[in-house]
Ligand binder design. Sequence first.
Ligand SMILES: [Zn+2]
Length: 84
Amino acid sequence: MTCQLTHRYNPDFSSLPDDQSKFNGRHKCAGCAYDEGRRLGSEKSPMLSLDYSQLPDSQAGTVRHKSVQAAFAKGYYDGVLTSY
Ligand SMILES: [Zn+2]
């Protein structure tokens, strides 16, 4: 599965750290990781988990080779902020 969403080209993701590790979600879509984190954050979910293996792949745009962990954490933070 390959991500086709426009968040692949969101310039906000260009500030995420690069991560080329094949064991840490490399080639997974950081935009989808961000969206999932944001969803959990807006719910102030007490349980955080993200199965990186379930994320769509992405080789495109600004999310290419970006850290899905950092994207998920930023999404969670932004989601929590929107709840106040
Ligand atoms: Zn995506």
